[in-house]
Design a protein around this ligand. Structure first.
Ligand SMILES: *[C@@H]1O[C@H](CO)[C@@H](O)[C@H](O)[C@H]1NC(C)=O
Ligand SMILES: *[C@@H]1O[C@H](CO)[C@@H](O)[C@H](O)[C@H]1NC(C)=O
Ligand SMILES: *[C@@H]1O[C@H](CO)[C@@H](O)[C@H](O)[C@H]1NC(C)=O
Ligand SMILES: *[C@@H]1O[C@H](CO)[C@@H](O)[C@H](O)[C@H]1NC(C)=O
Ligand SMILES: *[C@@H]1O[C@H](CO)[C@@H](O)[C@H](O)[C@H]1NC(C)=O
Ligand SMILES: *[C@@H]1O[C@H](CO)[C@@H](O)[C@H](O)[C@H]1NC(C)=O
Length: 398
């Protein structure tokens, strides 16, 4: 555990992305109370066992999920979540700045949001800081430097929704009345975010979590930006096959050797290209970097990819999804559905109570929006969308 805040800032360990900004990072203990599903499924005992399971899962008449699905089981746990908070110079003026809370998707870790590092055109954190916003990024449960509990019974959508909700609570609460666990004492203790505007930004499974957070907690966020996402599931089986899933510890012992066989990884670079990148709208070195830094996923996550409408969420929603996304659009997001001309607009069915729903569809772009040539333009669209709604709450004029 690091004693972050003052220690890191004064020790000069914080690193700067844009002029005057600084980042602090470390493990945050997050207390979680969740109700994940009990699955009647042992971890695979070999790659063939896993492949057989995936074959059954993607077969035409498959009922595997319902056959192994048990009841929800209550879980109380404390996980260490690797987190980073980046703050622009002078933040937050009058205690009311904007915090972008970003949740990465499957096959990446937190570095999806600062991809390529300082100065990279793919660096979303840089773009948000330049707009005067603070940014919070983290390794989801089971990924990167965060805790790696049971990959079937614990690392599931329901648990991760609670991890995100607790992190928001830790960030928002003052030192008194904090219910999110001990995290506030060891992280950002001197930064006042109580009155800040919190904007959730997700990618893929991270967007699914934002949708779940809005469904369960209503207006936890003041706005939700869901990238690499739609409510359409027609492309899911094909993309599940295209992942070429392997037992992570066997496929890459150096990076994943200590993980249980319930933790999986995609097989190779062309599996990642097929599901995440639209050829030729990306730089091959970005695909290589994504491969070298890729994150794992768990069987529990694979089995809990469902959404339900956010009946009590009334805040603005912005869906940002490339037109050629394979996973969430079956390769063509311009399919008409439910009276909409495309699958992205029809995602409004998940947010029936908002009166501010809009979409942006970058062209010739695949699933991992941030690693395409279109990324800088997409970031401008996102920051302009935020500025239009919350412009007077940025920490410096834009
Ligand atoms: C569906 O599940 C039941 C057990 O719950 C099993 O007996 C049956 O064979 C399954 N059907 C298929 C097509 O897998
Ligand atoms: C901060 O407060 C001062 C004085 O009330 C006001 O002039 C200024 O516009 C505020 N700044 C922001 C970013 O809200
Ligand atoms: C937060 O808002 C409350 C109510 O408007 C105000 O009393 C308090 O001073 C604010 N805190 C900060 C740090 O700005
Ligand atoms: C289309 O509408 C139906 C009925 O309202 C709904 O169940 C379904 O989820 C919608 N599809 C999408 C992709 O939003
Ligand atoms: C692709 O990436 C390499 C390595 O980062 C860089 O040198 C090159 O300029 C990039 N090409 C384009 C077209 O962005
Ligand atoms: C929505 O809010 C109402 C009133 O507060 C509450 O009774 C209901 O349980 C909420 N529904 C959901 C799905 O959170």
């Amino acid at each position: 555990m690091l004693n972050l805040a003052i220690y890191l800032l004064l020790a000069g360990s914080a690193w700067s992305l844009t002029t005057g900004s600084s980042c602090i990072d470390g493990l945050v203990p997050v207390k979680v109370s969740a109700d994940p599903i009990k699955f009647d499924l042992p971890p695979p005992n070999s790659q063939s066992d896993l492949t057989a399971f995936l074959t059954r899962l993607t077969s035409e008449t498959s009922n595997v999920t319902s056959a192994i699905k048990g009841r929800a089981v209550h879980l109380e746990a404390t996980y260490n979540i690797w987190s980073m908070l980046c703050i622009p110079a002078g933040f937050p003026q009058n205690g009311s700045g904007i915090v972008e809370f970003a949740i990465h998707g499957i096959n990446f870790d937190h570095s999806y949001w600062n991809f390529g590092g300082p100065g990279s055109p793919y660096n979303y954190v840089d773009a948000a800081l330049e707009a005067g916003h603070a940014v919070f990024i983290y390794d989801r449960l089971g990924v990167g430097k965060s805790s790696k509990p049971d990959g079937i019974q614990e690392v599931q959508l329901a648990t991760e929704i609670e991890v995100a909700a607790s992190l928001v609570d830790i960030l928002k609460c003052s030192n008194e009345g904090c219910t999110g666990g001990a995290g506030r004492d060891t992280f950002i203790s001197e930064i006042e975010l109580k009155n800040a505007t919190f904007i959730g930004v997700g990618h893929s499974f991270g967007s699914l979590q934002l949708s779940g957070l809005a469904s369960k907690y209503g207006n936890l966020f003041d706005a939700s930006i869901l990238t690499g996402f739609s409510s359409y599931s027609g492309g899911q089986k094909a993309s599940l096959v295209a992942f070429g899933l392997t037992i992570a510890s066997q496929q890459n012992p150096k990076r994943f050797g200590s993980l249980s066989s319930s933790y999986l990884a995609t097989e190779g670079i062309y599996n990642d290209q097929m599901n995440f990148f639209r050829y030729p709208s990306f730089n091959f070195s970005a695909l290589q970097l994504a491969l070298d830094t890729k994150g794992t996923l768990t069987i529990g996550e694979l089995l809990t990819q469902s959404t339900s409408p956010a009946l009590n969420y009334t805040k603005p929603v912005f869906i940002v999804t490339g037109d050629k996304v394979f996973i969430f659009c079956g390769g063509d997001c311009y399919q008409a559905l439910n009276g909409s001309g495309n699958l992205i607009d029809s995602t409004n069915t998940l947010f029936p109570a908002t009166s501010d729903f809009s979409t942006y569809i970058p062209s010739e772009t695949g699933h991992a929006v941030n690693v395409h040539y279109s990324a800088p333009g997409t970031y401008r669209e996102i920051q302009a969308w935020i500025s239009k709604r919350f412009g007077d709450r940025t920490s410096h004029s834009v």
